[in-house]
Each structure stands twice: as C-alpha cells, then as structure tokens.
Write a protein that binds this ligand. Structure first.
Ligand SMILES: Cc1cc2nc3c(=O)[nH]c(=O)nc-3n(C[C@H](O)[C@H](O)[C@H](O)COP(=O)(O)OP(=O)(O)OC[C@H]3O[C@@H](n4cnc5c(N)ncnc54)[C@H](O)[C@@H]3O)c2cc1C
Length: 395
C-alpha cells in the first residue's frame, strides 16, 4: 500500500494547496536537505524562490505583497515543506509566522508598508527574538533586555538566545522592557534592522537536529532603534507576545505532522524491501504492529492539527493568550510533538542499524525529536496553560 497524504476533511482547494506545496518541496527543497543537515548550510537563495513560488506572506493581504489567504493554508504549506525538508520548514515558520504574520497583525501602516513587501518576496529574512539566556519559560517575567527612549530613538540593551534565523535575518521582531518596574506590563515590541548600530550576532549555535535552520545568540549594545519602529503601543507588547504564541503553537503542529508522515512512508518502504530470515521484514507481525501504531499516530495527529488550525484561523487581532484557544493551541503542539517522538522512535526501530546512521534520512528525522517539545513553550509549560485554563488559574 502506498501512503496517501490526502485527508478527508480538506476541501478541494485545500487539497490542491497541500499537493502543490508537496510537489514543490519534493523537487526544490528535498535535494537541499542532506547538505543542510551535514554542514548546517544555509541555502541563501531559497527564500527568494519560495517567495516567487507564492509560499511567503500567505496570511498577508495582497496589497502588502502577500498571498492573502489564511492561517490554515499556511499550516498546509508548512506540513508539506516539513515532509521534505523540516529544517527549511522551521526557518520558514520563524520568518512567515513569528515575524511576518506578527508584524502584519500588530504593526502600524508605516511599518507594514516598509517591511512586509520584502518579507513576502523573500528579499528579507525575518526572525523573532523573545527568549534570553536567563528568560526561557519565564520569558516575560525574567526578561532583562531593556529599551530606553532617547529623543526620536530607543536604545536597546541586552541579549536574545536560540533565535531561529538569527544569523541570516534582515528584520527582527524583538521584545524589550520599556518599563521594567511594571514587569510583563512593561514590555514593548520593536522592528530591528540587522544594520542598526549596536546590533550583532554574538554566535551561531550548533544543533543536533533541524541543522540547516540557523540559530543564534543576538546582542544589543545601545542599539539605536527609531521610535517609529515600535510595534503597537509602548508597554503593550504582552498582548503581541501572547496572541502570537497561540498562533505559533497552532502552526508548529504541522511540522510534527509532516515529519511523521514522511517517517511512515520511509518505514513502509524499508519494511517492504529489507529481507531477513528469507522474508521481507514487513511479513513479521511485530513490524506490522509498529506500522499500524505509526499510522494511528499520524492520523490522530492530522485530525487534531487541522481542527486546531481551523479554530485559530479566525483569531481576531489581539485575541488569544487566554481562554479556549489558548488551551487548544497548547494541546495541539503538545500532542503533536510527543506523538512525533513516538513515531520516530518506532520508525528508527523498523530501520534497524540503518536508522542509527547519521546520513540516513530516517536518522535525520529522528534528530528532529525533542525540539518541538521545547520551542514555543515546553511540554511542561503547555500543561500549565491547559490545566490553568481548565481550572481557572490563568487569569
Ligand atoms: C532550536 C531552537 C529554536 C528556537 N527558536 C526561538 C526563536 O526563534 N525565538 C525565540 O524567542 N525563542 C526561540 N527558542 C527558545 C525556546 O522558546 C525556549 O528554549 C523555550 O521557551 C524554553 O526555554 P529554556 O530553553 O530557557 O528552558 P527553561 O525555561 O530553562 O526550562 C528548563 C526546564 O524546566 C522546565 N520548567 C520551567 N519552568 C517550569 C515550571 N513553572 N513548571 C514546570 N517545569 C518548568 C521546562 O519545561 C524545562 O523542562 C528556540 C529554542 C531552540 C532550542
């Protein structure tokens, strides 16, 4: 049996989007994946090509250079990209969702017109900087980066860590405290251009998985950011963060789904070609059981991922960060990330020694485990969000 990637609940247009993006990713991005993994190589021209093919600015209206569709469509594209090159999928979601979509939803007209066309064409690469060396799960409370108004500029001081696209980004959405004494209510969001004086990439970080996706520590030393680059109101950054994180969580589950779908396909191929004891290993019931379990995991992941993407699709600007959608998006990524780990563990087992060899595709997928239990709020934080909503403790 060959695995169909189709899903019964997609409309004809949605299925076409998924299939077309799948074909694009297989032809254009899959061939880049081995070198990205081996060398942590960044294919600098890939984003311009993604833009030209209509895979950037999906949620941004056409008047700003975007495609003008929606979050669900964006999730389908990410699912397809992640089947064939999940490192590019991660770079894409940081650019497309964390930076571009957040800017579109929260920036004023001036900033939208200045930055969105370049982000939508792929001429500019975007990133988002929230996490700091001392502020991970407690990103808001422990944030030390400050922004002090100085005439028509703000001066940013501090550092950000584990920032996806950090080493290659042209435009960064950065959070800093404009009123540290007000805690989380004293945070503001800024658009930082990589050429602003006082900004630098302190170091590129080497990862165990998603290796072609570039990750960095960033430093701000009296970094001069024009006051007009403030996103939203001063000290109102917490709403931008919380709303953005809900959408980010809904959007990360498709990465887990795409990787898991590919793991199932590779496992089926391997089980039907590898011969031991004079028989294909697919003839052994214990291998059949693993395949059945992976299949059930992928199907349930797909159903839940789509359901939550659909629920998040029409989230109003400024919405989220609380209530049903806050719990649902946390649940979606929590389930998808944990299920993906199980899928890949069994998929590597089916591959035997081949699965343990670094260069094999299934090993590349296996090394993608864990990150999606950590980024965008850890599994533990997701559990706090879900139980907090159910028990009324998040207010
Ligand atoms: C490859 C990669 C890419 C990333 N990309 C970005 C990016 O683009 N932009 C960005 O801003 N950030 C990014 N991050 C950061 C990511 O969001 C953080 O790593 C994550 O939020 C966890 O923070 P931490 O690593 O400091 O862990 P910590 O917060 O130090 O957590 C350590 C452990 O303690 C647990 N813990 C913490 N608090 C509690 C609690 N209250 N109850 C129970 N357990 C708790 C955690 O769950 C975890 O198990 C990225 C991270 C990685 C690894």
């Amino acid at each position: 049996m060959s695995v169909s990637f189709s899903s019964f609940d997609l409309s004809a247009d949605q299925r076409t989007t998924l299939d077309t993006a799948d074909e694009y990713a297989r032809n254009e991005l899959y061939p880049l994946a081995p070198r990205m993994d081996a060398e942590e190589w960044w294919p600098a021209e890939a984003f311009a090509k993604l833009g030209a093919a209509g895979y950037l600015g999906i949620t941004v209206p056409e008047e700003y250079g975007g495609v003008g569709t929606d979050l669900f469509t964006s999730g389908l594209v990410l699912q397809a990209l992640s089947r064939w090159n999940h490192a590019m999928g991660l770079a894409w979601v940081a650019h497309e969702n964390l930076c571009t979509n957040n800017l579109y939803r929260n920036a004023n007209e001036l900033l939208r017109r200045r930055f969105l066309p370049g982000l939508c064409s792929g001429k500019l690469v975007g990133a988002l900087g929230l996490t700091e060396p001392g502020a991970g799960s407690d990103a808001l409370g422990s944030m030390r980066t400050t922004a002090r108004r100085n005439g028509d500029h703000y001066l940013l001081n501090g550092s950000k860590i584990y920032i996806t696209n950090g080493p290659v980004a042209d435009v960064l959405l950065v959070y800093a405290k404009t009123a540290p004494e007000r805690g989380a209510q004293g945070i503001s969001a800024f658009v930082v251009d990589k050429d602003f004086p006082g900004f630098r990439v302190a170091q590129k970080l080497t990862k165990m998985g998603f290796r072609g996706s570039q990750t960095a520590e960033l430093v701000f030393e009296d970094c001069r950011v024009p006051a007009e680059n403030l996103v939203g109101q001063e000290n109102a950054g917490v709403a931008v963060v919380m709303s953005g994180l809900d959408l980010e969580r809904a959007m990360i589950a498709p990465i887990c789904l795409g990787i898991s779908e590919r793991a199932l396909e590779l496992s089926l191929d391997y089980a039907q070609s590898r011969v031991q004891f004079g028989r294909k290993i697919a003839d052994f019931q214990m291998i059949q059981a693993k395949i059945a379990e992976i299949y059930v995991a992928v199907e349930t992941m797909r159903t839940f991922t789509y359901r939550v993407l659909a629920a998040a699709n029409d989230l109003e600007i400024g919405g989220g960060g609380r209530g049903r959608i806050h719990a649902l998006t946390a649940a979606s990524v929590m389930y998808a990330a944990e299920t993906m780990n199980r899928v890949l563990s069994e998929a590597v087992q089916i591959h035997g020694g081949t699965g343990y060899i670094w260069e094999s595709e299934i090993n590349r997928l296996f090394r993608a485990t864990k990150l999606l239990e950590i980024g965008a709020g850890t599994t533990e934080v997701r559990k706090l969000i879900i139980s907090g909503e159910l028990l009324g403790k998040n207010a």
